[in-house]
Design a protein around this ligand. Sequence first.
Ligand code: BG6
Length: 512
Amino acid sequence: MATEVKVSPESVAKTAQKNERIPEPGVVVIFGASGDLTKRKLLPALYHLEEAGLLPEQFGIVGVARRDLGESFAQDMKKGILEFGGVQKGEENVDKFVSKVSYHAMNFDDEAGYAALKDLLAKHDQEHGTKGNRLFYLAVAPEYFSDIVEHLGKHDMVHPKEGQVRVIIEKPFGHDLESAKELNAEVSKVFDENQIFRIDHYLGKETVQNLLVFRFANEIFEPLWNRNYIDNVQITAAESIGIEGRGPFYEKAGATRDILQNHLMEVLSFVCMEPPISFEADAVRTEKLKVWEAIKPIEIDNTVRGQYGPGKVDGKDAIGYRQEDRVDPNSNTETFAALKLEIENWRWAGVPFYIRAGKRLAKRVTEITIQFRQPPMRLFDRAGSGHCPEIQPNLISIRIQPDEGISLRFGAKYPSPDMTVCPVNMDFSYARAFGKSSANGYERLLLDAMLGDGTLFAHRAGVEATWALFTPLLEKWAGIKQADFPNYASGDWGPKAAEELLERDGRKWNKL
Ligand code: BG6
């Protein structure tokens, strides 16, 4: 029986103190603070850090948005923390934390607003000893990124005499290669690269980080992790939710820009990269970049687009995408995409990578499946007969969410007088081994950004490499009206063509 390790906030804090992972005093300034992200993810994440003893004593949060919210902002944040924060220490602790939250209303192009913000932050430094350290978080629609960055520069808030200033930029980082390059150029006019943190919240997920630990802290898997033993790799990000009222955003994005170009490319790079020489930002980024640069241009025949129609999800009726609020009734936007990718390097040549993401699928599950080759010959004739299904190849399934864990499928002898082989699983569950974690991925990334550690953030070259891969495909797709949309019912696993993409290679999606 494996030893159970329970993770308490105190034990996290002790480890962090030992590793000197507590940031300098400072203020987190959130632009777009009235949005959902702040209430559901950012404030609960900052609160977790506080409960775990990972925030400095001299700390503040300033919410910036256009609406005049005043005092009600802090109260709304308190509600968010209580609802989404997995609070362990009780409401008084939340009140104490919320007393560090203030609000500043301004338009993002308003010169006087920036001047007032600068004064507010200077006052904060004097009263609370935050020493000029600031982390600006741009949780705004992408059209405001450049404006805000330019104004921060113009108002001399980026390279202060005292303190460290950093900026976190939310996705989407650009709409295609050209716009990503433009945005990179604009942000780089004001901030140095080591001040810029392009966030992809998948990199904050424990299970995604664990990919590196699984591969590089264990001796038994890595020797098999290549084209000699692996038949194919599948990566699925399935969501049962629809677009959740984000019609205008999603119409422009679609599943490819929303999930594949960023979240799934990050996951893919961790699955495929060579061991970095250290766990420093530059070393990790260099290896990730090599993976993206080795992906062969995507052929349109290796792609499938889908759009959900009406159906049933979790036993409830669900409307189709074209019936969603503020969506074009003839929309050509894909809510599902599946691709076959090939990586032309020594380790992976010849191994297909099948990746797919979609909304309103049968269930919410993000998983990586590594399917191994079959043994060179079939020794056991009775395999698959009687009590057991057909003989199955070995699989390593890495469950990113929910029910986070890893399982290894192998064949075992079914107890009987003959040699019948049955597939069985060896399972590791995060919850069973370490206890439940309420972390949402943002805490690790916020902490790293406050510490100036960019290892788990996207780099300029990486963002451009993934856009370079997807832009030609997106341009081709844009020119072809998908006549069969909607082509899957809500609650299915996507269009039939996604099954065929693997069937024509003699393969199947692993059942999730
Ligand atoms: C966001 C996308 O980046 O990720 C959303 O914009 C998606 O459309 C979300 O629902 C998924 O995140 P998670 O952590 O729930 O897998």
